[in-house]
Design a protein around this ligand. Structure first.
Ligand code: NI
Length: 209
């Protein structure tokens, strides 16, 4: 009789736990789907991520640079591509508006945009795209060989994939803004969309919260 009172039998709790876990995974996947330019979920999102690491890439002036460009400043690192129809431009514009809200603290902050479309995003293409007046200053645009881009994307847990054929293809990609600290290590993801919320998180990070 006691067993019936548990309403679900001896495995009732296990079933509920499994259902709860599935819901969590679905919610996380939905968040990433909502954030991407058409972006599928990043594999391994529910595992504890180790984000960032060494890279060798080329900036929009054509200079070879590496992970040391993250040192000494707070950096918002974002992966995307210049032909992205909406999300990349929206994200960078929101970071630009957030930077304005930082006031004097903006001097300790930079944005690093890494293309996941290196075949089209040459240094010159990056330079022209990043001149948009709504984008942050300074902003570093990085490209490289397909292998170099694959390596840095892997280091940050970024997923991307070509979608469509011909010259007008799109890129599915993870849309996460990584805030890295002045030692070049991951601090937290930044919200996207609301410049006030973005600026608040950057300020908190700078003050050690
Ligand atoms: Ni995009």
């Amino acid at each position: 009789m006691k067993r019936r009172e548990t309403n679900g039998g001896p495995y009732g709790d296990v079933t509920r736990l499994r259902a709860g876990g599935s819901v969590l995974v679905i919610v996380l996947a939905a968040l990433v789907l909502a954030a991407g330019c058409r972006g599928p979920a990043a594999p391994g999102l529910t595992e504890a991520p180790r984000i960032g690491g060494p890279f060798s890439l080329v900036d929009q002036s054509g200079a070879r640079v590496d992970q040391r460009l993250l040192l000494g400043r707070w950096s918002a690192v974002y992966f995307g591509y210049t032909v992205c129809p909406d999300v990349c431009t929206t994200t960078l514009s929101a970071l630009g508006a957030a930077q304005v809200r930082l006031g004097a603290d903006a001097r300790r902050f930079q944005v690093v945009f890494i293309t996941i479309d290196p075949l089209r995003d040459t240094p010159r293409q990056l330079r022209d795209y990043l001149l948009s007046p709504s984008f942050p200053r300074p902003i570093v645009g990085l490209t490289g060989s397909p292998d170099e881009i694959a390596a840095v994307a892997h280091a940050y847990g970024v997923y991307y994939r070509r979608a469509g054929k011909g010259a007008d293809y799109a890129m599915d990609h993870t849309s996460i803004v990584y805030l890295m600290n002045p030692a070049g290590r991951f601090d937290r993801p930044l919200p996207q969309g609301d410049p006030a919320a973005i600026a608040q998180q950057i300020r908190r990070a700078m003050s050690g919260e």
